[in-house]
Ligand binder design. Sequence first.
Ligand SMILES: Nc1ncnc2c1ncn2[C@@H]1O[C@H](COP(=O)(O)OP(=O)(O)OP(=O)(O)O)[C@@H](O)[C@H]1O
Length: 363
Amino acid sequence: MIRVAHLSKTYGEVTVLKDISLSVAKGEVISIIGPSGTGKSTFLRCLNLLEQPSGGSIAVDGIDLLDKKSDIPRIRQRMNMVFQSFNLFSHLTVQENLTIGPVRLLGINKQEAEQKALEILKLVGLAEKADSFPDELSGGQKQRVAIARCLAMNPEIILFDEPTSALDPTMVSEVLAVIRRLAKDGMTMLIVTHEMDFARDVSSRVLYMDEGLIYEEGTPQQIFENPQKEKTRAFINRIRSFNYCISSTDYDLYAMNAEIEIFCERQILPRKTRHNLLLLVEELLQIHTPLLATTALDLTIAYSEKKESLEIILENRGEAVNLLDKDRLPDELGLNIITHLAQQIDYQRCEEINRVTVLLKRS
Ligand SMILES: Nc1ncnc2c1ncn2[C@@H]1O[C@H](COP(=O)(O)OP(=O)(O)OP(=O)(O)O)[C@@H](O)[C@H]1O
């Protein structure tokens, strides 16, 4: 359906897209993930001709988009885009936002366009907001109107550029639910997203972009569970794990806990799990505090979505010592809390590093 070959984009001296080739079949849902500034949005904007590519070719069903004679409004109708910042017409009602394109660009009569707009608004759960103005809606509702407006143009392909990035966390799921529904209905979509759980369960294929290239691509399972290339692995590990280095007994416990909370929020962990995790970390650190007199402690929290498991790993250099060894512990209570919250505790010594790995019990 879409065939991109050797696409490149430069801004002055800066090359943002290097050499992108991609084929997309009808009905595919492709998520594009990767670090900030690697050209994900630029790639989508080039597909939609909001940016003029510097080289390469783009064809949709055999039609060359970069041909000077190509009908750009028609291309944008077939391959419509939903933006991070909604881009609704604020002086028009919700329904008028949905009818203006079909009436003016597709030549559909007003009554028919209004009828269709109401049907689409029903589909995105906003029929009762037809006469409201965008400013009267929440961010999540605005984005659903933007998706509805896109659907009103009867597109064959939808490009989503970070559709939930501008939303409060509480509104993300209502927008993702609408996109999930479109995926189920067989819509062909390319979605730039930072929502990894969503990318994992909605996509047929995931592209990991890095430094202007599609660095690795595969099924969600391949990319999230078994990435083959180094940078993909590092990226996936970074979003799935939390690291904190504690180098003195005066470390800022509150700052560290706040960072752990943010990590838990990103992984959408239940409140009880967060509570148990924080308690377990606190007890483990208390027992390991004496080590801070001579060495730093590296704390890692690793979340595996597949196994739904949380592992806490504490590492330090120095002489071989396992402070969770029952015989060494002055504080029975601390150990009791730990054994109550942990499913498994392991100690390993390798290359002069003590490593304690504690698996949190499922709550
Ligand atoms: N109009 C422009 N002029 C100059 N540089 C630009 C322009 N648009 C984008 N860039 C640069 O291109 C690079 C890629 O930007 P892009 O927004 O495509 O990245 P991204 O991967 O989508 O990032 P993020 O995930 O943060 O949105 C960035 O370094 C950006 O500064």
